[in-house]
Write a protein that binds this ligand. Sequence first.
Ligand SMILES: NC(=O)c1ccc[n+]([C@@H]2O[C@H](COP(=O)([O-])OP(=O)(O)OC[C@H]3O[C@@H](n4cnc5c(N)ncnc54)[C@H](O)[C@@H]3O)[C@@H](O)[C@H]2O)c1
Length: 256
Amino acid sequence: MDIKDIGVVVTGGGSGLGEATIRAFAGRGARVAILDLASSRGGELAAEIGGSAIFAEADVTSEEQVEAALERASGGLGGIHVVVNCAGVATASKTVASDGQPASLAAFRRTVEINLIGTFNVIRLAAARMVKNQPNADGERGVFINTASVAAYEGQIGQAAYAASKGGVVAMTLPIARDLARDGVRCCTIAPGLFLTPMLLGLPEPARQALGSLTPFPSRLGHPEEYARLAMHIVENPMLNGETIRLDGALRLPPK
Ligand SMILES: NC(=O)c1ccc[n+]([C@@H]2O[C@H](COP(=O)([O-])OP(=O)(O)OC[C@H]3O[C@@H](n4cnc5c(N)ncnc54)[C@H](O)[C@@H]3O)[C@@H](O)[C@H]2O)c1
Protein backbone atom coordinates (compact mmCIF):
# COMPACT_ATOMS: atom_id res chain seq x y z
CA MET A 1 0.00 0.00 0.00
CA ASP A 2 1.35 3.45 -0.90
CA ILE A 3 1.84 5.67 2.15
CA LYS A 4 1.05 9.00 0.56
CA ASP A 5 -2.45 10.27 1.37
CA ILE A 6 -3.53 7.26 3.46
CA GLY A 7 -5.11 7.67 6.92
CA VAL A 8 -2.90 6.28 9.71
CA VAL A 9 -3.90 5.90 13.38
CA VAL A 10 -1.12 5.25 15.90
CA THR A 11 -2.11 4.24 19.43
CA GLY A 12 0.38 5.44 22.02
CA GLY A 13 1.37 7.92 19.30
CA GLY A 14 2.21 10.63 21.83
CA SER A 15 5.54 9.12 22.93
CA GLY A 16 8.45 6.86 22.03
CA LEU A 17 7.99 4.33 19.21
CA GLY A 18 4.49 5.64 18.46
CA GLU A 19 5.67 9.25 18.22
CA ALA A 20 8.47 8.29 15.81
CA THR A 21 5.91 6.38 13.74
CA ILE A 22 3.56 9.37 13.60
CA ARG A 23 6.42 11.65 12.49
CA ALA A 24 7.65 9.17 9.87
CA PHE A 25 4.24 8.56 8.26
CA ALA A 26 3.38 12.29 8.33
CA GLY A 27 6.77 13.00 6.73
CA ARG A 28 5.85 10.65 3.87
CA GLY A 29 2.55 12.42 3.19
CA ALA A 30 0.11 10.27 5.19
CA ARG A 31 -2.66 11.85 7.25
CA VAL A 32 -2.11 10.89 10.87
CA ALA A 33 -4.11 10.56 14.09
CA ILE A 34 -2.53 10.11 17.50
CA LEU A 35 -4.73 7.92 19.71
CA ASP A 36 -3.39 8.29 23.24
CA LEU A 37 -4.38 9.11 26.81
CA ALA A 38 -5.57 12.63 27.69
CA SER A 39 -2.50 12.90 29.92
CA SER A 40 -0.11 12.19 27.00
CA ARG A 41 1.74 14.66 24.76
CA GLY A 42 -0.52 13.73 21.85
CA GLY A 43 -2.19 17.14 21.59
CA GLU A 44 1.14 19.01 21.49
CA LEU A 45 2.53 16.61 18.90
CA ALA A 46 -0.53 16.97 16.62
CA ALA A 47 -0.22 20.77 16.86
CA GLU A 48 3.49 20.58 16.04
CA ILE A 49 2.94 18.35 12.99
CA GLY A 50 0.07 20.58 11.85
CA GLY A 51 -1.84 20.02 8.61
CA SER A 52 -4.48 17.36 9.07
CA ALA A 53 -2.81 15.75 12.13
CA ILE A 54 -5.32 14.92 14.85
CA PHE A 55 -5.13 14.05 18.52
CA ALA A 56 -7.97 11.60 19.28
CA GLU A 57 -7.79 10.96 22.98
CA ALA A 58 -8.75 7.52 24.26
CA ASP A 59 -7.78 4.79 26.68
CA VAL A 60 -7.32 1.66 24.54
CA THR A 61 -9.10 -0.45 27.17
CA SER A 62 -12.36 1.51 26.76
CA GLU A 63 -14.80 0.36 24.07
CA GLU A 64 -16.63 3.72 24.04
CA GLN A 65 -13.52 5.91 24.02
CA VAL A 66 -11.82 3.94 21.25
CA GLU A 67 -14.97 3.92 19.10
CA ALA A 68 -15.35 7.70 19.55
CA ALA A 69 -11.65 8.30 18.77
CA LEU A 70 -11.83 6.16 15.62
CA GLU A 71 -14.97 8.00 14.49
CA ARG A 72 -13.14 11.29 14.96
CA ALA A 73 -9.98 10.02 13.22
CA SER A 74 -11.92 8.53 10.33
CA GLY A 75 -13.74 11.81 9.70
CA GLY A 76 -10.59 13.91 10.01
CA LEU A 77 -8.33 11.65 7.94
CA GLY A 78 -10.83 10.71 5.23
CA GLY A 79 -10.82 7.03 6.26
CA ILE A 80 -8.49 4.74 8.23
CA HIS A 81 -6.13 2.56 6.18
CA VAL A 82 -3.42 1.72 8.71
CA VAL A 83 -3.45 1.24 12.48
CA VAL A 84 -0.17 0.91 14.36
CA ASN A 85 -0.72 -0.31 17.93
CA CYS A 86 2.03 1.10 20.16
CA ALA A 87 0.06 1.87 23.34
CA GLY A 88 1.46 -0.21 26.15
CA VAL A 89 2.92 -0.33 29.62
CA ALA A 90 6.07 -2.04 30.86
CA THR A 91 5.55 -3.56 34.27
CA ALA A 92 7.79 -5.65 36.50
CA SER A 93 6.89 -7.80 39.49
CA LYS A 94 8.22 -11.17 40.63
CA THR A 95 5.77 -14.08 41.01
CA VAL A 96 6.71 -14.13 44.70
CA ALA A 97 8.43 -10.99 46.03
CA SER A 98 11.57 -11.16 48.18
CA ASP A 99 9.39 -10.52 51.26
CA GLY A 100 7.33 -13.63 50.43
CA GLN A 101 4.26 -11.77 49.12
CA PRO A 102 2.59 -13.20 46.01
CA ALA A 103 2.46 -10.88 42.99
CA SER A 104 -0.58 -8.62 42.70
CA LEU A 105 -3.27 -10.21 40.52
CA ALA A 106 -4.76 -6.77 39.83
CA ALA A 107 -1.42 -5.57 38.41
CA PHE A 108 -1.14 -8.70 36.21
CA ARG A 109 -4.70 -8.16 34.94
CA ARG A 110 -4.04 -4.48 34.23
CA THR A 111 -0.93 -5.24 32.14
CA VAL A 112 -2.83 -7.80 30.07
CA GLU A 113 -5.82 -5.43 29.86
CA ILE A 114 -3.77 -2.61 28.30
CA ASN A 115 -1.17 -4.47 26.21
CA LEU A 116 -3.23 -7.39 24.91
CA ILE A 117 -6.94 -6.67 25.31
CA GLY A 118 -6.42 -2.97 24.48
CA THR A 119 -4.64 -3.95 21.26
CA PHE A 120 -7.48 -6.28 20.27
CA ASN A 121 -10.11 -3.70 21.23
CA VAL A 122 -8.58 -1.22 18.78
CA ILE A 123 -8.15 -3.86 16.07
CA ARG A 124 -11.73 -5.15 16.19
CA LEU A 125 -13.27 -1.66 16.13
CA ALA A 126 -10.93 -0.32 13.43
CA ALA A 127 -11.28 -3.49 11.33
CA ALA A 128 -15.05 -3.06 11.21
CA ARG A 129 -14.39 0.28 9.49
CA MET A 130 -11.47 -0.89 7.29
CA VAL A 131 -13.40 -3.72 5.67
CA LYS A 132 -15.71 -1.06 4.20
CA ASN A 133 -12.80 0.84 2.54
CA GLN A 134 -12.56 0.88 -1.25
CA PRO A 135 -9.82 -1.65 -2.13
CA ASN A 136 -6.73 -0.33 -3.93
CA ALA A 137 -5.52 -1.81 -7.23
CA ASP A 138 -3.97 -4.75 -5.31
CA GLY A 139 -7.21 -5.47 -3.45
CA GLU A 140 -5.85 -4.03 -0.19
CA ARG A 141 -8.20 -2.29 2.26
CA GLY A 142 -5.97 -1.88 5.29
CA VAL A 143 -3.01 -2.92 7.43
CA PHE A 144 -2.61 -3.51 11.18
CA ILE A 145 0.80 -3.40 12.84
CA ASN A 146 1.05 -4.42 16.49
CA THR A 147 3.89 -4.07 18.96
CA ALA A 148 4.96 -7.10 20.97
CA SER A 149 8.44 -7.38 22.50
CA VAL A 150 11.29 -9.87 22.54
CA ALA A 151 9.96 -10.51 26.07
CA ALA A 152 7.21 -12.50 24.35
CA TYR A 153 9.90 -15.14 23.68
CA GLU A 154 12.42 -14.71 26.50
CA GLY A 155 10.78 -12.75 29.31
CA GLN A 156 13.11 -11.81 32.13
CA ILE A 157 12.73 -12.17 35.89
CA GLY A 158 9.73 -10.07 36.92
CA GLN A 159 8.18 -10.07 33.44
CA ALA A 160 5.46 -12.75 33.78
CA ALA A 161 2.65 -10.24 33.16
CA TYR A 162 4.45 -8.24 30.46
CA ALA A 163 5.63 -11.36 28.64
CA ALA A 164 2.17 -12.94 28.83
CA SER A 165 0.58 -9.79 27.40
CA LYS A 166 3.09 -9.60 24.53
CA GLY A 167 2.96 -13.35 23.91
CA GLY A 168 -0.78 -12.91 23.42
CA VAL A 169 -0.14 -10.20 20.83
CA VAL A 170 2.21 -12.53 18.93
CA ALA A 171 -0.28 -15.42 19.12
CA MET A 172 -3.26 -13.44 17.82
CA THR A 173 -1.38 -12.00 14.82
CA LEU A 174 -1.92 -15.00 12.53
CA PRO A 175 -5.59 -15.65 13.36
CA ILE A 176 -6.42 -11.96 12.89
CA ALA A 177 -4.61 -11.99 9.52
CA ARG A 178 -6.61 -15.09 8.57
CA ASP A 179 -9.89 -13.54 9.77
CA LEU A 180 -9.38 -10.41 7.67
CA ALA A 181 -7.71 -11.96 4.60
CA ARG A 182 -10.86 -12.13 2.51
CA ASP A 183 -11.34 -8.39 3.10
CA GLY A 184 -7.82 -7.51 1.92
CA VAL A 185 -6.69 -6.40 5.40
CA ARG A 186 -3.26 -7.53 6.64
CA CYS A 187 -1.97 -7.89 10.20
CA CYS A 188 1.68 -8.05 11.29
CA THR A 189 3.50 -7.56 14.59
CA ILE A 190 6.88 -6.06 15.40
CA ALA A 191 8.75 -7.50 18.40
CA PRO A 192 11.30 -4.83 19.36
CA GLY A 193 14.42 -5.44 21.40
CA LEU A 194 15.69 -2.52 23.49
CA PHE A 195 14.84 0.93 22.11
CA LEU A 196 15.71 4.39 23.39
CA THR A 197 12.30 5.82 24.32
CA PRO A 198 11.10 7.77 27.38
CA MET A 199 10.88 4.36 29.12
CA LEU A 200 14.71 4.18 29.04
CA LEU A 201 15.61 7.88 28.67
CA GLY A 202 15.34 8.30 32.44
CA LEU A 203 18.20 5.86 33.03
CA PRO A 204 21.72 7.20 33.64
CA GLU A 205 24.06 6.97 30.63
CA PRO A 206 26.13 4.02 32.06
CA ALA A 207 22.93 2.00 32.56
CA ARG A 208 21.83 2.77 29.00
CA GLN A 209 25.21 1.70 27.66
CA ALA A 210 25.07 -1.50 29.69
CA LEU A 211 21.64 -2.30 28.22
CA GLY A 212 22.77 -1.36 24.72
CA SER A 213 25.80 -3.65 25.00
CA LEU A 214 23.46 -6.66 25.45
CA THR A 215 22.60 -6.33 21.74
CA PRO A 216 25.17 -8.20 19.58
CA PHE A 217 25.04 -5.85 16.57
CA PRO A 218 24.52 -2.98 16.40
CA SER A 219 25.62 -2.90 20.03
CA ARG A 220 23.43 -0.02 21.17
CA LEU A 221 19.81 0.77 21.97
CA GLY A 222 17.54 0.96 18.93
CA HIS A 223 16.41 4.32 17.58
CA PRO A 224 12.62 4.77 17.48
CA GLU A 225 12.98 5.82 13.80
CA GLU A 226 14.22 2.27 13.06
CA TYR A 227 10.92 0.91 14.37
CA ALA A 228 9.05 3.45 12.23
CA ARG A 229 11.01 2.37 9.14
CA LEU A 230 9.92 -1.24 9.61
CA ALA A 231 6.30 -0.14 10.16
CA MET A 232 6.40 1.75 6.86
CA HIS A 233 7.96 -1.24 5.09
CA ILE A 234 5.19 -3.53 6.35
CA VAL A 235 2.61 -1.11 4.93
CA GLU A 236 4.41 -1.00 1.58
CA ASN A 237 5.09 -4.75 1.20
CA PRO A 238 1.86 -6.67 0.51
CA MET A 239 3.43 -10.11 1.06
CA LEU A 240 4.07 -9.39 4.74
CA ASN A 241 1.07 -10.81 6.58
CA GLY A 242 0.33 -12.87 9.69
CA GLU A 243 3.94 -12.66 10.87
CA THR A 244 5.83 -11.28 13.87
CA ILE A 245 9.19 -9.71 12.99
CA ARG A 246 11.87 -9.36 15.66
CA LEU A 247 13.64 -5.98 15.44
CA ASP A 248 16.41 -6.54 17.93
CA GLY A 249 19.98 -6.66 16.51
CA ALA A 250 20.10 -10.40 17.41
CA LEU A 251 19.40 -9.66 21.11
CA ARG A 252 18.29 -12.62 23.23
CA LEU A 253 17.35 -11.36 26.69
CA PRO A 254 19.24 -12.99 29.58
CA PRO A 255 17.26 -14.15 32.66
CA LYS A 256 17.69 -10.76 34.36
N1 LIG B 1 11.11 0.88 24.29
C1 LIG B 1 11.43 -0.39 24.20
O1 LIG B 1 12.59 -0.78 24.37
C2 LIG B 1 10.37 -1.42 23.87
C3 LIG B 1 10.78 -2.74 23.66
C4 LIG B 1 9.83 -3.70 23.34
C5 LIG B 1 8.50 -3.36 23.23
N2 LIG B 1 8.12 -2.06 23.45
C6 LIG B 1 6.69 -1.78 23.33
O2 LIG B 1 6.53 -0.70 22.43
C7 LIG B 1 5.36 0.03 22.77
C8 LIG B 1 5.72 1.51 22.88
O3 LIG B 1 6.67 1.64 23.91
P1 LIG B 1 7.52 2.97 24.15
O4 LIG B 1 8.86 2.55 24.60
O5 LIG B 1 7.36 3.87 22.99
O6 LIG B 1 6.76 3.52 25.46
P2 LIG B 1 6.28 4.99 25.86
O7 LIG B 1 5.98 4.88 27.31
O8 LIG B 1 7.25 6.02 25.38
O9 LIG B 1 4.91 5.18 25.04
C9 LIG B 1 3.76 4.45 25.34
C10 LIG B 1 2.56 5.29 24.98
O10 LIG B 1 1.38 4.49 25.23
C11 LIG B 1 0.42 5.32 25.85
N3 LIG B 1 -0.51 4.51 26.63
C12 LIG B 1 -0.25 3.80 27.77
N4 LIG B 1 -1.38 3.23 28.23
C13 LIG B 1 -2.38 3.58 27.37
C14 LIG B 1 -3.77 3.32 27.33
N5 LIG B 1 -4.37 2.56 28.26
N6 LIG B 1 -4.48 3.86 26.32
C15 LIG B 1 -3.89 4.63 25.36
N7 LIG B 1 -2.57 4.92 25.36
C16 LIG B 1 -1.83 4.41 26.36
C17 LIG B 1 1.22 6.28 26.73
O11 LIG B 1 0.47 7.44 27.06
C18 LIG B 1 2.43 6.57 25.83
O12 LIG B 1 2.20 7.70 25.00
C19 LIG B 1 4.83 -0.58 24.07
O13 LIG B 1 3.79 -1.47 23.75
C20 LIG B 1 6.04 -1.32 24.63
O14 LIG B 1 5.65 -2.41 25.43
C21 LIG B 1 9.02 -1.08 23.77
